[in-house]
Design a binder for this molecule. Sequence first.
Ligand SMILES: Cc1ncc(COP(=O)(O)O)c(C=O)c1O
Length: 321
Amino acid sequence: MVIIEREHAGRRAAAPETVAAVGRLQELFVWKNGEVRSGRDAVSVWDHGLLYGDGIFEGIRLRDGWLYRPDLHFVRLRRSAAIVGLDIDLTDDELLRGIAAVAEANRLRDAHVRVVCTRGVGLPGLDPRRCIEPTVYILAYPFPPYLGETALSVIVSNVVRKSPRSVDAAVKSLNYLDGILAKMQANAAGAGEALMLDGEGFLAEATAANVFVIRDGELQTPLPTACLAGVTRRTVLELARELGVATHERRLSVGDLYAADEAFLTGTAAGIVPIGTADGRRLRFTPGPVTTQLVEAYAATWHDPQYAVEVVPADARPEVT
Ligand SMILES: Cc1ncc(COP(=O)(O)O)c(C=O)c1O
């Protein structure tokens, strides 16, 4: 297959397989304010989520009908909403039922689930009082590990991660432009992912994943001051402690990454992905022993009732073709 690329100031014609996959996404059902409906035209062009990025979201994994740590995702969703002053008029049970309904409507047992809450439709003008009421969408769609399953090359971007002085990085907002600009730098450099620094130059996180380094058998990750407090990050810290690995949440420099024995990224969409090189410098082990142990321990939690909830019961599961 010939893929024609037109490079004009960063613009590129989409690959045919991307066009086809987007076409399939358009056929999926979505959940909007309590109703399962076609995803086509589900969003109004007057929604402030589109006009101003005024909204927040969560990304949750559904694996074989089991939803991973929904309680933690719902707590973060409500915290993001509280910080930006959005009311989510839904209980956790209603959210779980909405997720189950949309997964079943789309005949999915493995999916990335996205709960998106926007300020809703309103008059143009960014004052939230110009909107009628918040809108909640739930999407469920196939999504293989976002960063692939092999070791990543990362670059350190010069795009500064959102600072607590603007939009707190703890808010999982509909504004990802810092990450998108950093990702474009990684693409241009031929790297798999970009890491962003905080306003003071310490490691913050990747564009949609947290970062960990291992040095002398100890696991270290940046404090959640300029990064999202990831659910996978928290899980990995908990599992490491259970495995007897010392953990530290602290400031980390780019030098700490270069000098690491092992390093990896974590995220709901990405899973746990080892870093192979950072700015072209090869890490000592990829994946190293600690990373390998954590990858195995993490996978062992996916269907453990302490971590996951079965929302699409076995007998309701459609055959996956
Ligand atoms: C900016 C950012 N950082 C980190 C993460 C990882 O968080 P989690 O493990 O909760 O998916 C994500 C993914 O949601 C993200 O978007």
